[in-house]
Design a protein around this ligand. Structure first.
Ligand code: NZQ
Ligand code: ZN
Length: 394
């Protein structure tokens, strides 16, 4: 076990129709002039936006709207949001949507509250001193951004997808009504379940620092998400499964499943961010497409953890050597992805990067992590390229 700090300040308001309390929550956290930020229209079609606006009206809170956030949210819209917030004197940002909307809202918050170019933070040039407070009405259980410290934005020029993390950007509140996710396409539900699993698995596969309580929380979370993802693949309207997955999504990325460890591996995420930055694929699907190739590349360097995971999460047959058991666990994860309609190779994402593009992905990934990264196994550019190449082949 390593010493740790756990900070999860977001007030969670969970259950049916809780979005009606949004106005009250904004007021509770001091918002008087609000930017409502959302995506491409699902919140209009579902009627959610109207309900949220009605709750702000009921509290007499003024608001402006900025729509148009796309998956893998873009820097240009962030700049637009910053300009709007400054012009109107916005003091609170309300993200109504999934991870992309929340991340865009966080970036607008950083850009509004600090001088200079907000992209500096994503390039690691400097740190933010403040962030405009924000709240969330979540429509997709996936990224965990509703409680996380991180924020991932894509700069269109060069297809650069980069993250920035700070406790300043953690939302003040998150309204979690699982029923709001019932309108999701099946593919997005599956992408979300994959991403949720991955946030805990990234923390789980490490060689330094583990803690039994954290491991058991992680294993319980993973079993719960996988079981309920399979239920939703057959019965998308299952309300209990929607609720299990939504709460798991927040817990998976608010730090809980990393307490006492060194923070985890995170290379599958880094590899995926390059892929979705360059090819605009859904983040969860990109993770599924890469994970097996990453796991087979690193598992011998983290064998006890892969064995434990195989036995306690994937419940594989315990006969054979540690290596055989670990490999069975990796195969079982890929079978799970198959059952929920997720890809297990890059071509299954519907893209076929050239050899040169794979090299560019590896180059950018290595640059983005400062040369090398990984807690299961430290990876360098050449390793990253081999993993991308392996993910082309299945
Ligand atoms: O734009 P609309 O019309 O709302 O459609 C969205 C979007 O097309 C749709 N959608 C969302 N809720 C819906 C719905 N459609 C019907 N009914 C609903 N209830 O779903 C599509 C995908 O939305 P998006 O927000 O992009 O998905 P997700 O929540 O998976 O977020 C992905 C982004 O989060 C980043 C990813 O890299 C990616 O950019 N991540 C952020 C993290 C963080 N901040 O902590 C951590 C993650 O690892 C991840 O990197
Ligand atoms: Zn993720």
């Amino acid at each position: 076990m390593l010493p740790f700090q756990y900070y999860a300040p977001t007030k969670v308001v969970f259950g049916p129709e809780r979005e009606k309390e949004t106005g009250r929550l904004v007021r509770e956290f001091g918002g008087k002039k609000v930017l409502i930020h959302y995506g491409g229209g699902s919140v209009i079609r579902s009627g959610l936006l109207e309900r949220v606006k009605a709750s702000l009206d009921a509290e007499g809170i003024a608001y402006w709207e900025l729509a148009g956030v796309v998956p893998n949210p873009r820097l240009s819209l962030v700049y637009e949001g910053i300009e709007l917030c400054r012009k109107e004197g916005v003091d609170f940002i309300l993200a109504v949507g999934g991870g992309s909307v929340i991340d865009s809202a966080k970036a607008i918050g950083y850009g509004t509250a600090n001088e200079g170019d907000v992209w500096d933070f994503f390039e690691g040039k400097r740190k933010a001193d403040a962030c405009t407070p924000l709240g969330v009405v979540l429509t997709l259980a996936a990224a965990g951004s509703e409680m996380s410290s991180s924020c991932v934005i894509t700069k269109e020029e060069g297809g650069l997808k980069r993250g920035y993390g700070s406790d300043l950007g953690r939302p003040r509140f998150a309204v979690l009504n699982p029923q709001l996710t019932a309108t999701l396409p099946d593919y997005q539900t599956a992408c979300g379940c994959t991403d949720i699993c991955m946030h805990t698995m990234e923390r789980y596969f490490t060689n330094s620092g583990t803690m039994e309580i954290t491991d058991r929380i992680a294993e319980g979370l993973l079993c719960t998400v996988m079981e309920n993802a399979l239920i939703l693949a057959k019965d998308p309207q299952n309300a209990d499964a929607r609720a299990e997955v939504m709460w798991a999504g927040s817990l998976s990325h608010n730090g809980l499943t990393g307490c006492g460890s060194d923070g985890g591996d995170w290379m599958p995420h880094k590899l995926e961010h390059e892929l979705s930055g360059m090819f605009d694929v859904a983040h969860g699907a990109g993770l599924a497409a890469l994970w097996g190739s990453w796991a087979r590349y690193v598992y011998l360097d983290c064998l006890p953890r892969f064995k434990r995971f195989a036995l306690r999460v994937m419940h594989v047959d315990c006969e054979g050597t540690d290596e055989e058991i670990a490999l069975r666990g990796i195969e079982a994860v890929e079978q799970f992805f198959g059952k929920i309609g997720m890809p297990i190779s890059i071509p299954e994402l519907g893209i076929t990067p050239t050899g040169e593009e794979l090299s560019e992905l590896a180059r950018k990934c290595a640059l983005g992590v400062g040369g090398s990264k990984g807690a299961a196994k430290r990876l360098y550019e050449a390793d990253m390229l081999r993993i991308y190449q392996a993910a082309m082949g299945k």
